[in-house]
Design a protein around this ligand. Structure first.
Ligand code: GLU
Length: 562
């Protein structure tokens, strides 16, 4: 018996490792029967063991699971092998997998949201299913017209396509019909209680007076609500739940309320608006969503929605929850961001200080890098903290092989080189290891027989008279004089082990670079930079990657990262 337990534990741990820490009893059963076919005649006994062990494993923290994996001697490689996304649970229960992304158009998408979007989309594609985009815009107080398009643009940019598109503000009648059904069946009621009083009763597990009214009394309150017979805040529809539910926040939760503010899409057409749990719950069912993939902060909402599903006799979709993703030092909350934009403290939703998708796009992050990062974080229920450095590292991996190289000199100072060969120009590769990407030409200006260069003030500050340094890809020179103009003499051509500095000369163009803290650094870039287009992402050698942000009236780039 102990042997079979051990075998089950091995399979449960292996299965959990492949599925974001949660093993499925069905899968484990299949594996164990293949390994120990003799148990086929003792299925009932075996399934008790499997259930127990799987339950044990699923309760373990990820660290405990790792520890047990080592203990039972499972090769740890097994865990690492599957760095890709694990399978979703319950896929065999559904004919077609349907997932959805359901943004509130009340602010721009940011790194915190793309996880739900990318994972939901990716799984629908993996299982050749359907992916739905649903705007959850039932709060006229904060829905913003410009966000619908911005969100769609961000999603497309991330490589997301959707099969169906819905706006909850177009579906209000559907929510009304469902509300009415529940009220008629005595499963929901119209509550006129003051919120404070309601809460006091609810917290003690007691019904408020409205709860016990008859269905027909509630129906007439409902009609009064729809007809504008109540002021804002004077009536809400509540879904009846178990009043002894351990979490008071789940008890008799509010489903529809009165909002008089006009909606940016449908204007003043409706006075009664569904709240998140009601409209989401109904839509997930009506749209045939099979897997709801969302952050674990929605755990209580799931319980609320399950109570409503029970009233309707519906089956709740398979819920998959992942942990929180935070970015220390970055404002991710929509409300805060919106306030800062409105107060003028930020330049817009794509202000370089933000981690909105619009800002990342503007800074030169590649969708492929963001996708890879999100898929590597995966579905883990553990909270993760994401640093800019990690984002940079992912993006660099994708940019480095494709970005053209150019010279840029920040805060330039003039340098004359005496006795130098009379180069008129130099041709350099656009990419050091990819000759096929072509070349660029850097012309050199000669004044009084000496070539003239511009070099970075900071680079020159590291030198003393007599030091030898290299004008990158050109020649080595010796510093002779510091003021009033830097002067140097030619030393040699072949590469030496000396500091190498970027330079520009004839035809250099002024380039402003917006840094991640929104400060601006001005410098001179080699002439070819003037021919770049908005959106081009290039590497200014030794300075960092930048994305061209505008070309007229000024040439401006946004700094991506080192
Ligand atoms: N509109 C909700 C949100 O953006 C959707 C949450 C869910 O996936 O149910 O938080």
């Amino acid at each position: 018996m102990e042997d079979v337990r051990r075998a089950v534990l091995r399979w449960a741990l292996a299965n959990a490792a492949e599925h974001g820490g949660k093993a499925s009893p069905k899968a484990v059963m299949g594996k164990i029967l293949a390994e120990l076919p003799g148990w086929k005649s003792r299925i009932a006994e075996l399934s008790i063991i499997v259930d127990q062990v799987v339950d044990e494993v699923n309760r373990m923290t990820p660290e405990e699971q790792q520890f047990q994996i080592r203990k039972v001697g499972l090769p740890e490689k097994r865990v690492e092998e599957r760095r890709g996304l694990p399978d979703l649970p319950d896929i065999h229960e559904y004919k077609t997998i349907v997932t959805r992304f359901a943004p509130n158009p009340n602010g721009p998408l940011h790194m915190g949201h793309v996880r739900a979007a990318l994972l939901s989309h990716e799984y629908s594609r993996r299982y050749k299913g359907k992916f739905i985009l649903r705007f959850e815009d039932t709060n006229p107080e904060n829905a913003m017209l410009e966000m619908y398009e911005l969100i769609k643009r961000d999603l497309r940019w991330l490589g997301i396509s959707w099969d169906e598109e819905y706006y909850q503000s177009d579906r209000v009648e559907i929510y009304y019909a469902h509300a009415e059904e529940l009220i008629r069946e005595g499963k929901a009621y119209v509550c006129e209680c003051d919120v404070e009083n309601f809460r006091k009763l609810r917290d003690s597990g007691l019904p408020c007076p409205c709860r016990n009214l008859t269905a027909s009394e509630n129906l007439s309150r409902w009609r009064k609500m729809l007809a504008g017979g109540y002021d804002e805040g004077r009536a809400v529809v509540r879904i009846k739940t178990d009043l002894s539910h351990p979490n008071p926040a789940v008890r008799d939760w509010p489903a529809l309320r009165i909002v008089t503010k006009s909606h940016p899409r449908v204007g003043g057409k409706y006075l009664v608006w569904p709240l998140y749990n009601f409209s989401t719950g109904i839509d997930d069912h009506l749209m045939g969503v099979t897997h709801v993939i969302r952050g674990k902060e929605h755990e209580i909402n799931e319980e609320r929605q399950r109570a409503m599903y029970a009233h309707f006799g519906w089956k709740y979709p398979t819920a998959v929850q992942y942990g929180r993703l935070s970015m220390p030092g970055v404002e991710l909350s929509k409300t805060q961001t919106m306030q800062m934009v409105r107060s003028g403290n930020l330049q817009g939703f794509d202000d370089v200080r933000l981690a909105t998708i619009a800002a990342l796009r503007r800074r030169g992050f590649l969708p492929a890098a963001i996708r890879q990062l999100i898929f590597d974080i995966g579905l883990t229920p553990v909270d993760s903290s994401l640093s800019w450095e990690t984002l940079y590292a992912y993006n660099r991996k994708f940019l480095d092989p494709v970005a053209n190289r150019y010279f840029f000199v920040a805060n330039p100072v003039k340098l004359l080189v005496h006795n130098a060969p009379k180069f008129k120009e130099v041709r350099l590769r656009l990419h050091p290891s990819k000759p096929e990407m072509g070349e660029r030409v850097l012309p050199i200006v000669i004044e009084n027989d000496s070539p003239v260069f511009y070099v970075a003030k900071d680079d020159m500050a590291t030198l003393r008279v007599g030091d030898i340094f290299r004008l990158k890809d050109l020649m080595n020179v010796k510093l002779e004089r510091l003021a009033p103009v830097f002067e140097a003499s030619f030393h040699s051509l072949e590469v030496m082990d000396v500091p190498k500095f970027q330079w520009v000369s004839a035809g250099a163009v002024v380039l402003e670079v917006i840094k991640p803290d929104a400060s601006v650094e001005t410098g001179l870039a080699e002439p070819s930079v003037a021919a770049l287009n908005v959106g081009d992402i290039v590497q200014l050698e030794r300075y960092g990657f930048v994305r061209i942000d505008s070309t007229s009236p000024k040439l401006i780039a946004v700094y991506t990262h080192k």
